[in-house]
Design a protein around this ligand. Structure first.
Ligand code: MGD
Ligand code: MGD
Ligand code: SF4
Ligand code: MO
Length: 704
């Protein structure tokens, strides 16, 4: 035995937990939490151990494959890359630049190579048809930050370790391990708020794992958060008075708020939200009276009809109560490598629109819900070829049922992914990079979104085989080939330095420019990571607005209240239908990691949660097989009766539906489930931001 111990941060989810991994001669023997990691303090979840399954998975791809009449065939990297560059360019020559579409999936934001060097490849294609998981996820946060603080990534983070009152809407950090709030060990961090005499209040149509440990929980009608928040704000302004403190000096339009909220007293919104006026008044009072407080919302309040406006209101509540940019409130990180300093990262909105549905771009991306339209609708600018990187939009975007055949109809498709999944199976060529443990890692994104400033560099656990490639090598190789065909100059310094040193030289340069003055060498010598302390007040200096002031009432956001009011007056009746919301599970990661034995073993967790009263009306009993249907699709699964669901609302996890041939489902214990995004029409979006609204309001459920 020659056991070696390695330390690295896990980059499967946003918590970036420190791992202590033991290997013996190339095999992983043990994975546990690194107790000395200053952020995660030894915490891990079951997915960390599944890194071993990922490493050993016989279904994971190791070399490029091409689809042929007799199935997938291995090809050389050179042939694959030459062919892809040539095909993408010739399709653009024939049909125009925008004929190549791009979809970027979630794991890219967890991947150093993608965050630093993928832009070279993307830019070389010069297409406006770019899509990503952002518009099925956090776009509303970015939208609100862009318009209020002048930068799409200047995202407020709850100062969870010091707050006395945390109001959580549409997030379940106990299962997700936190999002746009890198917060490993969140269970203990939340418990600490309560142990210190503070409160945690959860607003969610489901009494979630987080709600169960919180001080209080209120059910809310899916999509009604905007009304709840307007009523909270009404109370703050009319009863408790605004107390922005030092923020008043650099916040525009504070005095105009009162007229904006005047039509939303708690009595006027209770029938829509399902939260009675007294409860709203109590929450507003508690929030205002707490020594410090923070309101935080996440995917449940992003992927809905008014996601953008909800996130604006959350910021407004934190600002006008003085719980912004101060201890215990919503704060901002000072990351050792500050991606916000790149001028190109600031963002933009509505510089161009999608061809078919005329939807605005944000930050250079169009709403993912309209990707299928852009492929299927004939005409100038139609997408004829696709490049997907680390994504599975067939399962993750409403409506997957339309996207699936759409991808099959393309002239050419290439996917960069180490699995054949429901999306990549449509590709002509799949390029697999090496997986997480074989790469070095510095988390450019999640240090920027963390509840504490830390910095952590991870060395690769194993050396990759000479015949395999890092993600960033694939990006550089494709960018080089495409630029050569196009006779366009490539950024030589970026290309050659990166070819030679990988993305690490960019991290070294970023650290040097950063305020903490760390060096890559120092990080390498500190494998547990370096603590840079709690979040510090940084406004107005950190603001990116030209006048260094907070734009409290951006016209575009205030303007959306018209839609809010119209919808309030014309809520459609449910006609006996149910509303379907999604749910995440600890042993699952969106649509992937379902091939990991250690996660999939045990009972089948793919079920529909419904309230006893809804079950009784339909004569459904616990554990029975039921059919869930919408006008677009249906599938069968087991019913679990529970009072954790709000009456009229049911919950099914997303990311499932692995029922096609030849995909990553060799594991005997794997649970195929059904694709909830197939139930969607793909028409539901937040009209302001273009983010997907994943709530489905036309759902039937019946015994089979
Ligand atoms: N109904 C409903 N739909 C949702 C959601 C919901 O709550 N409800 N949530 C949405 C959210 S928040 C998100 S983020 C999206 C996720 O949606 P996507 O990003 O489209 O899908 P993932 O399941 O994350 O896709 C992961 C793919 O990336 C590959 N992969 C993993 N790591 C790497 C890597 O390092 N390099 C490469 N090249 N490939 C890699 C995996 O093999 C897998 O095929 O789903 C969204 N869809
Ligand atoms: N184990 C695990 N961890 C993950 C992931 C995973 O798939 N598995 N995915 C990762 C990704 S990509 C992301 S983006 C994060 C997401 O992180 P979170 O946002 O914390 O995750 P969710 O569990 O989707 O929490 C959303 C909550 O919103 C509630 N909700 C739904 N609709 C509404 C509504 O209209 N109003 C309100 N108030 N609540 C609503 C749901 O019931 C749910 O409890 O998690 C990340 N972490
Ligand atoms: S919580 Fe996230 S980062 Fe931590 S071990 Fe689990 S998957 Fe990895
Ligand atoms: Mo996400």
């Amino acid at each position: 035995m020659s056991i070696q111990t390695h330390y690295r941060s896990c980059n499967l989810c946003e918590a970036i937990c420190g791992l202590e991994i033991q290997t013996d001669n190339g095999s992983i023997v043990d994975i546990k939490g690194d107790a000395q990691d200053p952020l995660s303090r030894g915490h891990i979840c079951p997915k960390a151990f599944a890194l071993k399954d990922l490493h050993e998975d016989p279904d994971r791809l190791h070399y490029p494959i091409r689809k042929t009449d007799s199935g997938w065939q291995q090809i050389s990297w050179k042939d694959a890359l030459d062919d892809i560059a040539e095909k993408l360019c010739s399709i653009q020559d024939k049909y125009g630049q925008n004929a190549v579409g791009i979809y970027l999936g979630n794991p890219n934001v967890h991947n150093l190579g993608s965050m630093s060097l993928m832009p070279m490849m993307i830019k070389s294609l010069k297409t406006k048809n770019k899509f990503s998981a952002t518009s099925v996820d956090q776009l509303p946060h970015m939208f609100a930050s862009y318009f209020m603080f002048g930068h799409q990534f200047l995202i407020p983070i709850p100062d969870i370790d010091r707050t006395k009152y945390m109001l959580i809407l549409g997030a379940n950090p106990l299962v997700s391990n936190g999002s746009l709030m890198t917060v490993p060990d969140v269970r203990n961090r939340l418990k600490n708020i309560m142990n210190k005499g503070g409160k945690v209040v959860v607003i969610d149509p489901r009494k979630t794992e987080t709600a169960r440990i919180a001080s209080d929980h209120c059910f809310i009608q899916p999509g009604a958060d905007v009304y709840f928040l307007l009523s909270i704000l009404y109370q703050i302004i009319n009863v408790h008075k605004m107390s922005p403190g030092r923020l008043a000096e650099f916040t525009h339009n504070l005095d105009e708020l009162e007229s904006i909220v005047k039509s939303f007293p708690p009595e006027a919104t209770a029938h829509i939200t399902g939260i009675d006026a007294e409860t709203v008044k109590t929450i507003a009072a508690e929030f205002c009276n707490a020594e410090s407080a923070v309101c935080y919302g996440r995917t449940g309040v992003c992927t809905q009809e008014f996601g953008g406006t909800v996130h604006w209101l959350i910021n407004v509540i934190n600002i006008v109560t003085g719980n912004f940019d101060r201890e215990g409130g919503a704060m901002f990180t000072s990351p050792a490598v500050d991606i916000l300093q790149q001028p190109s990262s600031i963002g933009h909105f509505d510089v161009w629109r999608s061809r078919v549905k005329n939807l605005p771009e944000f930050g250079g991306e169009l709403p993912a819900v309209t990707l299928a339209d852009e492929i299927l609708t004939d005409g100038d600018g139609q997408i004829k070829a696709m490049l997907t990187v680390a994504g599975n939009p067939v399962l993750s975007v409403p409506n997957g049922g339309k996207l699936d055949p759409a991808l099959e109809s393309l002239d050419f498709m290439v996917s960069i992914d180490f699995y054949v999944n429901e999306t990549t199976r449509h590709a002509d060529i799949i390029l697999p990079p090496v997986h997480n443990l074989l790469t070095s890692h510095y988390d450019l994104i999640f240090h920027t979104l963390a509840v504490r400033n830390t910095a952590n560099y991870s060395k690769p656990l194993f050396k990759k085989n000479p015949g395999s490639k890092f993600d960033w090598e694939i990006y550089l190789d494709l960018a080089y080939r495409i630029s050569k065909i196009r006779k366009r100059p490539i950024n030589k310094m970026m290309y050659y330095m990166s070819k030679m040193f990988g993305p690490e030289w960019l991290i070294a340069a970023g650290l040097k420019r950063g305020s903490s003055k760390l060096s890559l060498n120092k990080l390498k010598k500190n494998p547990h990571g370096i603590d840079l302390g709690p979040l510090q007040p940084s406004f107005p200096h950190r603001l990116f607005t030209k006048d260094k002031k907070i734009n409290l009432l951006p016209k575009i956001l205030v303007g959306d209240l018209k839609r809010v009011q119209e919808t309030m007056a014309n809520r459609p009746s449910m006609n006996g239908k149910l509303t379907l919301i999604g749910r995440r599970q600890l042993r699952s990661n969106n649509s992937w990691m379902h091939n990991c034995d250690s996660l999939m073993s045990g009972r089948n967790r793919f079920n529909v949660l419904l309230n006893h009263s809804d079950a009784e009306k339909r004569q459904i009993q616990d554990g029975q097989n039921v059919r869930v249907s919408s006008p677009h699709f249906q599938f069968d699964l087991k019913a679990k009766l529970t009072d954790e669901m709000m009456p009229g609302v049911i919950s099914i996890p997303h990311g499932w539906g692995h029922d096609s041939d030849g995909i990553q489902l060799s594991t005997a214990s794997a649970q195929p489930g059904g694709n909830i995004n197939n139930l969607a029409s793909g028409e539901n979006i937040d009209l302001l931001t273009g983010n997907a609204d994943v709530h489905l309001r036309d759902i039937d459920i019946s015994l089979i």
